[in-house]
Design a protein around this ligand. Structure first.
Ligand code: GLU
Length: 497
């Protein structure tokens, strides 16, 4: 078993949690840096918790992130099926082996009895543990009860004394007292294996070399190892990655923000940013530079550099990184990504090859959309902000109070006069020469000749064009709006004063 084979083994119980994204990525970095095979295995043995369609959605979102598998539900690598519910027959064989060697047993306890037992234990402040009443039933009795169609589960016999020592590549040896281990269920009443059982059998049969998963699975670790020992199999290497906490030190929860990767996708975070950000949740490159491409991470990633103390999920850092990645995109690339967000914000409609300004009914061309996107390029932290940032372009006319036009302690009359001058200067620029450079040049020479200050001239102009306190610069905005609209908006502002 010397080949490197890692697996991502999600349960299809809903969305892809941001913590699972970190798990899949760490697996991916290790597979790629060691040169191995990456396997997707769907762990759907808990059918009560299964959410239909979630496995497909999961595959879709991993695809969007650019995570590719070598084997999985739709890519046979000779170790399938890769969906646990399709492997039931396989688990039967192995549980029979454990029953035959006396390492597992039938348990006929009813759910009512187990419930009562739990309540009694809770009343006595004891941890909930199966009391092992069926552990030593005589073979004849077991056979009789099975023949009588009594429902049963199959439990693993845990050692009754001592400790179980397990080895994790990051944490080293971890010891568990056996009194804390329950004779856990391997096969449920409906014949389905539990996660604990199917997970180990499949890791073994799929020749998994490294199990990389979150720290929350450490309590399962001794159970896993005891199963390997019961079969006399060599366990894979285990790597438990640190917990991810929020800034307050609590668990990431839906209430405090997004935990589903789909939500980040919908808000316009880029795959590159999510990958880079999640890579740093528990791992740090040797150098100072934190903005790293997937290839760079893979090149640098070493298991020994993964930390063990909890990682902090800092959304501001993700926003910052996302902004950095947005800035790295060309205007063409960004436009392609931004169009669906402009459509979502209701300002834009795509009709075949054409674009329509939904607020004015005007027909727009791709060149114009690119200019709009370029205007927001430097300010975007996530693509979903494009609507809000460029709304003033799409509006028939911006909405603002006239007071906003006043620069510092100037008077209304002065601002009006300045706007009239701005209008005159702009009027003289020929339409075919309408660029931010010519607009800037014309206005600056006017400011100089008239010995005006930049603010008193350009502030009211910018507000007239955008209606906003903060926006891109007046020359860029004027260029995108075009000569006619710019002059129109300046006129509206003059009339306000
Ligand atoms: N199916 C488990 C999960 O949902 C896999 C845990 C493991 O990697 O062993 O995360």
């Amino acid at each position: 078993m010397s080949d490197v084979r890692l697996r991502f083994a999600p349960s299809p119980t809903g969305f892809l949690h941001i913590g699972s994204l970190r798990t899949v990525l760490f697996n991916y970095f290790i597979v790629k840096s060691l040169g191995g095979k990456f396997i997707l295995r769907i762990e759907d043995t808990d059918q009560k918790r299964e959410v239909s369609g979630s496995a497909e959605k999961l595959i879709e979102i991993l695809d969007w992130l650019g995570i590719k598998f070598d084997e999985g539900p739709n890519i046979d690598g000779g170790y399938g099926p890769y969906v646990q519910s399709q492997r039931r027959g396989i688990y039967d064989k192995y549980v029979k082996e454990l029953l035959a060697s006396g390492q597992a047993y039938h348990c006929f306890c009813t759910s009512e009895r187990l419930q009562k037992m739990k309540e009694d234990q809770a009343a006595e402040k004891l941890p909930p543990r199966y009391d092992r009443i069926c552990r030593d039933l005589k073979t004849e009795e077991v056979e009789k009860r099975i023949a009588n169609n009594e429902p049963f589960v199959i439990r693993q016999k845990m050692p009754l004394e001592g400790e179980v020592a397990v080895y994790d590549e990051l944490h080293g040896e971890i010891k568990f007292k056996v009194e804390n281990l329950e004779d856990h269920v391997l096969i449920k009443t409906d014949g389905m294996p539990t996660y604990q059982f199917a997970n180990v059998i499949d890791d073994h049969l799929m020749e998994i070399s490294h199990v990389v998963r979150g720290d929350e699975w450490i309590p399962s670790f001794p159970k896993n190892i005891l199963l390997y020992q019961a079969f006399g199999w060599q366990p894979p290497k285990y790597i438990h990655t640190p917990l991810i906490l929020n800034k307050e030190g609590g668990k990431l929860s839906k209430r405090q923000g997004d935990v589903a990767v789909e939500d980040y996708q919908a808000k316009g975070y880029l795959p590159e940013a999510l990958i880079n950000f999640c890579a740093l949740l528990g791992w740090h490159p040797k150098g100072e530079e934190e903005i790293l491409t997937l290839e760079e991470i893979i090149k640098e990633f070493k298991v020994s550099d993964i930390g063990i103390s909890p990682a902090v999920f800092d959304i501001e850092k993700l926003d910052y990184m996302n902004g950095m990645y947005i800035r790295k995109k060309s205007v063409d690339e960004l436009t392609e990504m931004a169009i669906p967000f402009l459509v979502k914000s209701n300002f834009l409609e795509v009709r075949g090859e054409d674009f329509i300004n939904n607020l004015t009914g005007e027909k727009l061309d791709l060149k114009f959309i690119k200019q709009v996107v370029a205007l927001a390029h430097d300010r975007l932290k996530k693509l979903s902000e494009i609507g809000e940032l460029s709304e003033f372009i799409f509006l028939k006319k911006p909405n603002y109070e006239k007071d906003l036009l006043i620069w510092k302690h100037n008077t209304e009359e002065k601002m009006k006069q300045n706007l009239i001058e701005v209008g005159e200067v702009l009027e003289h620029i020929p339409a075919e020469d309408w660029t931010k450079y010519s607009i800037e040049e014309a206005l600056f020479s006017h400011i100089k000749v008239k010995e005006l200050t930049v603010g008193e001239m350009l502030w009211p102009m910018r507000v007239a064009l955008t209606g906003r306190k903060a926006s891109p610069g007046p020359f860029e905005v004027a260029e995108v709006l075009g000569k006619n609209k710019s002059l129109e908006r300046i006129k509206v502002a003059i009339n306000k004063l």
